[in-house]
Ligand binder design. Structure first.
Ligand code: FRU
Length: 466
């Protein structure tokens, strides 16, 4: 399919055609990042889901490959994960080889039963052989899904949800095939909707040698911007299981960040996660052009100490880009239109609020259109306003302002805004607060403005790269 100038992003993964939801089976393997995904290639809404497949050297340029695990009329391939069984603990590869092993949920449309199945690949994820003894875990439930497998001690562990009960179940296995229940977590934290797509990651604490275990759980409804959202729980995984040491928080305060899981075998100590950039509230109603849905940028996770608590910090994986504009030591009063036109760009700014109680940025500015990021220093809030962002009659809840507390103390505010054709991802306070929203502006809305209202803000530096 040809490039669609209206809604096909540059750096965010989209399927060539058809519907896409959750990322699955994320793994870095032999120099490539594999992104499998919930895919209905023949439709623009959720349906008989297969695992699509794409690879990337850098998490920004993607090559889509053939369907990895295909749906059949009696078995849809729902979310799950992939690990590299380097020691061939499963015995599924020929002697001396280590297969990639996928654990996914098989959804049977006739009964609604959700059971956990296994497939393996010995050709770097290109083709997959279902395990003859599938399912490997079946409790006869219609709400038991989304296995995320990781190494644990000298064996394997897996988290998955009892969705309606809002419980994460931890299972263990020596060989990825026989699974034994170990412990449970929940209901706890945000329980406003069914739980989905759990992950348990070890995250480094900034400026220290400490780490904490962080449980990620997606919540179907009651999210911070309405509809679905994602929570994280800082805690500890030990022999007794996972327990929280802090209250749950939302991962992202925008409307469009869901079902994120981490890459297995990541390069560094910081887990890298990627999410589906949509919301079940309106996912099947957003503009489509032969394809519908995209992933967010990948993000590196760390934790930052704030008032005795650990706060999740997210930094996007971005391309180096070409600098097209800079402001240095600029006193800003009122609105300044930058001499830049971009549908895809990255803006990084350090702004000293000064005497201005309110400052911010507008992107994708055009005839009556804009998406506005406002830092209200007096109210100590950050808001992302997509009410005039372009096509907003997607769903009654779409045209909204998403607001969250401004992180950090007095002093300069670091903003990073990534715009990519049909989305805006905002990172405030060096990754401490994130808002992700889809937007559907006119292709001609390419302006960028910075503004300070009611006083003067001092822009230490602002860089625009494309
Ligand atoms: C999350 C989810 C998962 C499920 C998959 C089905 O968005 O509902 O719980 O496995 O999507 O496509």
């Amino acid at each position: 399919m040809s490039f669609d100038p209206t809604i096909r992003p540059r750096d965010h993964f989209t399927a060539q055609q058809g519907w896409l939801n959750d990322p699955n089976g994320l793994i870095r393997h032999e120099g490539e990042h594999h992104l499998f995904f919930q895919h209905h290639p023949a439709g623009l809404v959720h349906g008989p889901i297969s695992w699509g497949h794409a690879v990337s050297p850098d998490l920004l340029t993607w090559t889509e490959l053939p369907i990895a695990i295909a749906a059949t009329p009696i078995a849809h391939i729902w979310s799950g994960s992939v690990v590299h069984d380097a020691a061939n603990s499963s015995g599924l590869a020929p002697e001396g080889q280590g297969p990639l092993v996928a654990l996914y949920t098989r959804f049977e449309p006739a009964t609604g039963i959700q059971s956990q199945c296994l497939a393996h690949s010995v050709d770097r994820g290109l083709t997959w052989q279902p395990y003859a003894g599938n399912p490997v875990l079946d409790i006869g439930s219609t709400g038991f899904r989304d296995p995320k497998v990781f190494r644990h001690g000298d064996g394997w562990a897996m988290v998955l949800v009892l969705a309606e009960e809002r419980i994460v179940q931890l299972y263990r296995s020596p060989d990825l095939i026989s699974w034994t229940h170990h412990s449970s977590f929940g209901p706890e934290g945000f329980v406003t909707g069914a739980w989905e797509c759990p992950d348990l990651v070890r995250v480094p604490v900034e400026d220290s040698a400490d780490t904490a275990d962080v449980l990620l759980v997606s919540v179907w409804d009651g999210g911070p911007a309405g509809g679905s959202g994602m929570q994280y729980v800082v805690g500890q995984l030990d022999d007794a299981g996972f327990r929280s040491t802090q209250d749950a928080q939302w991962v992202d305060r925008g409307a469009d960040f869901y079902a994120a899981i981490s890459y297995a075998d990541g390069a560094g100590p910081e887990p890298v996660v990627q999410a589906w950039m949509s919301n079940w509230q309106y996912a099947d109603q957003v503009p489509a052009s032969g394809f519908r849905g995209s992933m967010t940028l990948a993000r590196r996770l760390s934790l930052r100490r704030r008032d005795g608590e650990l706060v999740l910090v997210q930094r996007p994986v971005v391309r180096a880009g070409e600098q097209v504009h800079a402001l240095v030591d600029h006193d800003l009063t009122g609105t300044l239109a930058l001499p830049v036109a971009a549908r895809t760009c990255r803006i990084v700014a350090d702004v000293e609020p000064g005497s201005a109680p309110v400052f911010g940025l507008r992107v994708r500015v055009g005839d009556g259109e804009r998406t506005t990021l406002t830092i209200d220093v007096a109210a100590r809030t950050v808001s992302l306003d997509r009410t005039a962002s372009g096509t907003v009659d997607v769903h009654p809840a779409f045209a909204a302002v998403h607001t969250a507390p401004l992180p950090g103390g007095e002093g300069p505010v670091r903003l990073e805004v990534v715009v990519d054709v049909a989305s805006v991802e905002v990172f405030v306070g060096d990754g401490e607060l994130v808002l992700t929203d889809q937007v559907f502006p006119d292709p001609g809305s390419t302006g960028i403005e910075v503004f300070a209202d009611g006083g003067t803000a001092h822009v230490h530096r602002l860089d625009v790269t494309v």
